[in-house]
Write a protein that binds this ligand. Structure first.
Ligand code: SF4
Length: 457
């Protein structure tokens, strides 16, 4: 299966790729399916059921809103994020929603949008079923989807294997593991970014890849800029204050002279800004998930703002390299907090950012792999226990820490010669196995760890 850099980096809506972006896409797929089958006009009622982690933390992650807007035909990449609260309120107040924006049906929250807090579907923790009926009660369609992380959605038939994309386009350098990737680099003389680009050219031209990635980078910059302007508390009831603006103002007022770690405060700021935007349902780039969306933009901002070698070519190479590592993580590990805990989200993003930074600072292929390995290794075992089921505590600060860790991992790799004892593939295998052994309460259910203790306090 072939995965594009634009699958790993997609423009979406906060706060969660698996719990907001995925459900919105699944709901839209279901509504599109009704139209394709000629059943849209006959549909009088649609019931959605969310299972497993989606049912447990769906309210905090905005899964319910995402489903309603997906049924109305909205897509995460271009929905007007400012309109979401009023649109959802209108559906709830009027008891009507418009399928694909055109066909009105009745909507009753209690019966038409069911969140199962302790029931799961068999193939993945993030399962959803949709059923449509006609006015006389005839079932018109019934589908099950799984949101498998990073906004990827699979229907039931595709989710029983390590499938991450239905795209079977042959690519010149197919790879699943880091060993495959490094072997392609060795045999072709290409860098990791060049291997990824060669594969990308089966879908689009080099100019399209470049402009698409620079557009992704622009959305990341817009997200940081917006995050640095907002004040107040984040939605959801925890009353977590937004910190990015105050920190931004402070850093601007300081020169940083005499403080060798001043730059690190900026890196933390960039990540805080993105994740506060994400937590408030704003426009973010899923990279490779929303919960961990701050790390790659923060490290890219570090590269472009503080390193004199930075340019647009470097940004493109950074993203291609990071995406190649993301493909390996997704193919052989997981980028889903509901599957393996936060090691799969923040750990994966850290590994990807460390690899991208090392590549654009002149690291060899071996040093890039080493940086990714360091970035992931020191997140092994990290649980996912978001307080209140919201992507706020510990997620926002965790992105700031993950960003500085990525820079640290890159610097350690660049100071070495690329040789190291533990290969990236072994660390990914360990992440997967650790995730399998991890108790469900630590995998995006908000039933353990910080989620429990903070609430008890
Ligand atoms: S704790 Fe980590 S995996 Fe869990 S929601 Fe937060 S960022 Fe995502």
């Amino acid at each position: 299966m072939a995965v594009s850099v634009f699958d790993l980096f997609s423009i979406g809506i906060g706060p969660s790729s698996s719990h907001t972006v995925g459900p919105m896409r699944a709901a839209l797929m279901f509504a599109d399916g009704l139209r394709a089958a000629g059943a849209l006009g006959d549909t009088a009622r649609v019931r959605t059921e969310l299972f497993g982690s989606l049912g447990a933390t769906g309210h905090g992650h905005g899964s319910d809103k995402a489903v309603l807007l997906g049924l109305e035909g909205e897509r995460p990449e271009d929905i007007d994020t400012d309109s979401v609260p009023s649109r959802v309120a209108a559906i709830r107040e009027t008891g009507r929603l418009r399928l694909l924006g055109s066909h009105p049906i009745a909507f009753t929250e209690d019966t038409d949008l069911v969140m199962h807090r302790r029931k799961s579907l068999p193939l993945h923790p993030n399962g959803m079923t949709f059923v449509a009926w006609s006015a006389d009660g005839t079932e018109l369609s019934s589908r099950t989807y799984y949101s498998v992380g990073g906004g990827f959605v699979l229907d039931e038939n595709a989710a029983d294997g390590p499938v991450i994309s239905a795209d079977t386009t042959p690519v010149p350098f197919p790879f699943r593991t880091a060993a495959d990737l490094l072997a392609h680099c060795a045999s072709s003389g290409k860098t990791i970014a060049q291997v990824m680009l060669a594969n990308e050219l089966v879908w689009r031209t080099a100019a399209e890849v470049r402009s698409g990635l620079l557009a992704i980078w622009q959305v990341m910059q817009d997200c940081v800029a917006r995050g640095c302007e907002q004040e107040g508390v984040l939605p959801g009831g925890l009353r977590v204050p937004r910190r990015a603006k105050a920190l931004h103002d402070k850093l601007l007022a300081e020169s940083g002279e005499g403080d060798p770690l001043y730059v690190m405060d900026w890196v933390s700021l960039f990540a805080l800004a993105v994740n506060e935007e994400n937590a408030s349902g704003g426009r973010v780039v899923t990279a490779p998930t929303n919960g961990a969306a701050g790390i790659i933009p923060a490290v890219l901002h570090y590269y472009t703002r503080f390193l004199s070698v930075a340019n647009d070519d470097g940004v493109v190479d950074f993203l291609l390299t990071a995406a190649a590592i993301g493909v390996v993580l997704k193919e052989t590990g997981s980028i889903s907090g509901a599957e393996v805990g936060c090691q799969g989200e923040v750990g994966s993003a850290c590994a990807m950012a460390a690899a991208g930074l090392t590549a654009v600072l002149g690291g060899s292929v071996a040093q890039v792999e080493n940086a990714a390995e360091i970035g992931l290794e020191h997140h092994l075992g990290l649980t996912c226990d978001p307080v209140g089921g919201l992507v706020q505590i510990p997620c926002i600060e965790r992105n700031a820490v993950g960003s500085t860790k990525a820079i640290n991992a890159s610097r350690m790799a660049l100071r070495g010669d690329g040789t190291h004892v533990v290969h990236l593939d072994k660390v990914i295998k360990t992440m997967r196995e650790t995730g399998n052994d991890m108790h469900t309460k630590y995998k995006e259910t908000a039933r353990g760890g910080l989620a429990l203790n903070v609430i008890e306090c």
